[in-house]
Design a protein around this ligand. Structure first.
Ligand code: B12
Ligand code: SF4
Length: 509
């Protein structure tokens, strides 16, 4: 194993910090199947650790090494004075292993991230220095305390931090070629209060970073060689005027590039009600938009405070989005109290008429810290207090109108049906059919060889290694896209690569 590269801040002697992002298990949203086809190693880098690097106070000598276990294996004997571990609920098992392994070697552990923030008592057992919540103020304080030999056991952020104080992550220890997209965060938090979600508990109401600051981050990842950026917001349009101003700034910059960036993000379905925002998203070169529709049953949405999603017909909203060639990616959930065994057919029928090619369906789960967790605990309907963080493999919720086995089987079957080749092809064709205009703001684009290389790998897979049904689907979808407008071919290839992952994931069971 090659020793990890390091980056030094300040003057020596340097304290050595090893930053670790844990390996995630097989997961629907991490798109391992697509990542592999694209010759990358992970979808996006977790920006938490590069943000810690950028937070190092001037004058302190710190030498950082960074390992994202999703990119390469971690050598536990990497020389260091401290290991700093991040992770969310999905990573809990690996976070625990890492903390124990490093402490067994006598290396003190700093632990932060969303899992540790929600499970403070576990975190205290596992780490020498536990960070609760955002670290923009606490990490610099810790480094100073540590240098002075008085580091505390717990650093807790009280209240939300001002995002203008969150520096651009220092990605210098990460290679953009290892990732499908690089990450940039424009906002945190959300003004909605869906009761299965811990975003509000963790990050509070929607807060934004100044537009110029986000633009500088976008320019920085572009300079590193990124071709695609995932804006890692909970709801990109939480403040519509901020989103509008940011999009205008991105358009003004991106249209001047000979290798413009493409973008994707997460946002609320309400975006479809604002034609100007849709046009700007298209003009800024956004493609995939992740949106939590959650359910097609009004009662189920009302039950979890998300009734706003069905205030307008979602099919009509999707049509408005599709008009611009944007790609809706829907998040759906099954297992609400108002879901009985007919909900699976209802969702399938909706999807096949909604012109949205891709959707993820998860089981309703109640992570600790959510209002749902508190409600179900009071009703005695939690199968487990802890939740393993694998929304597609299990849940800690005892469903009301189905047995757990019926829910699991219905969910698995629904995913399989959605990702059967003919079902996907019908949705893909319907999406293409609704496209009416594509932005014409990027006429000066140069041939992008790294992107072509990635596409070449995908083509090689679909044409030479893919099973016959997948190859047939690939060729038919590509022909459809080419006929519609050859600028849509790249988007079609990305969607087919996603299909490859979801189809395989659904079959694995
Ligand atoms: C972008 C995103 C994604 C992307 C990319 C994930 C990735 N690899 O980065 C995608 C869409 C792929 C994704 C997938 C999933 N995600 Co996600 N995601 C986010 C989102 C919106 C932003 C993450 C981000 O970039 N944050 C920016 C960084 C700077 O913030 P941060 O990580 O919180 O770090 C700060 C502090 O926590 C702290 N910190 C963090 N680590 C450490 C470590 C140390 C030592 C210290 C001192 C401090 C510290 O310092 C940082 C600066 O303040 C968050 C919500 C949010 N607002 O953060 C959800 C979120 C992290 N995701 C979540 C979930 C559940 C998932 C999935 C499990 C979903 C699923 N159903 O399968 C998967 C798991 C994928 C994975 N491998 O992580 C949950 C986690 C909940 C929890 N309690 O742990 C969140 C909080 C959203 C939510 N509530 O639903 N996700
Ligand atoms: S599910 Fe989405 S809209 Fe609802 S509170 Fe969470 S981030 Fe906000």
């Amino acid at each position: 194993m090659r020793p990890l590269a390091f980056k030094r801040y300040g003057q020596g002697p340097w304290k050595r910090v090893l930053l670790v992002a844990p390996k995630h298990p097989d997961n629907f949203w991490c798109l391992e199947g697509m990542v592999e086809l694209m010759g990358a190693r992970a979808l996006v880098p977790n920006p938490a650790l590069p943000t810690l690097m950028a937070l190092t106070p001037p004058g302190l000598g710190v030498e950082y090494r960074l390992q994202d276990e999703n990119v390469g294996p971690l050598a536990l004997d990497t020389p260091c004075d401290l290991v700093a571990v991040t992770g969310n609920t999905l990573h809990a098992a690996r976070v625990i292993e890492l903390c124990r392994a490093f402490r067994a070697r006598g290396v003190p552990v700093a632990l932060g991230g969303t899992w540790a923030s929600v499970h403070a008592e576990r975190g205290r057992e596992l780490a020498d220095h536990l960070f609760l919540g955002e670290a923009e103020l606490t990490w610099p304080r810790f480094l100073q305390d540590w240098a002075a030999g008085r580091a505390q056991a717990v650093y807790a952020q009280e209240g939300p931090v001002d995002l203008a104080l969150s520096p651009a992550p220092d990605f210098s220890l990460q290679d953009p070629r290892h990732y499908v997209s690089m990450s940039v965060q424009a906002s945190r938090g959300c003004n909605h209060r869906c009761d299965f979600c811990d975003v509000v508990t963790l990050f509070g109401r929607h807060r934004v970073k100044p537009v110029e600051q986000v633009l500088r981050e976008v320019q920085a990842v572009h300079a590193l060689g990124a071709r695609s950026v995932f804006i890692t917001d909970d709801n990109f349009i939480g403040h519509k005027e901020h989103a509008r101003a940011l999009l205008e700034a991105i358009i003004a910059w991106n249209t001047r590039q000979t290798r413009p960036l493409s973008f994707s993000t997460q946002l609320a379905l309400e975006v479809a009600d604002d034609e100007d925002l849709l046009q700007k998203l298209a003009d800024a070169r956004f493609s995939v938009l992740f949106m939590g529709l959650e359910s097609v049953r009004a009662e189920s949405l009302d039950e979890v405070q998300k009734g706003h999603n069905l205030r307008r017909d979602p099919r009509e909203r999707l049509r408005r989005l599709n008009r611009h060639g944007l790609v809706p990616f829907l998040g759906l959930i099954v297992g609400f109290d108002h879901d009985d065994a007919t909900v699976f057919d209802e969702i399938f029928a909706f999807m096949q008429t909604a012109a949205a090619p891709a959707a993820g369906v998860s089981l309703l789960a109640a992570p600790r810290g959510t209002p749902l967790h508190a409600r179900l605990q009071a009703e005695g309907r939690l199968l487990a207090d802890e939740f393993a963080g694998e929304w597609h493999h299990g849940t800690n919720v005892l469903p009301k109108q189905m047995s757990p086995a019926e829910l699991a089987a219905g969910h698995r079957d629904l995913l399989r049906r959605l990702y059967a080749p003919e079902a996907f092809e019908a949705r893909f064709a319907a999406w293409l059919g609704q496209i009416e205009e594509l932005t014409d703001r990027y006429p000066r684009k140069k041939t992008d060889w790294p992107m072509l290389l990635r596409s070449g790998r995908l083509f090689r897979y679909f044409l030479t290694r893919a099973p016959a049904d997948e190859r047939g689907l690939f060729l038919r979808c590509l022909r459809l896209a080419w006929r519609k407008d050859k600028r849509l071919v790249k988007r079609a290839v990305t969607l087919l690569a996603q299909y490859h992952h979801f189809h395989a994931f659904a079959r694995r069971g």
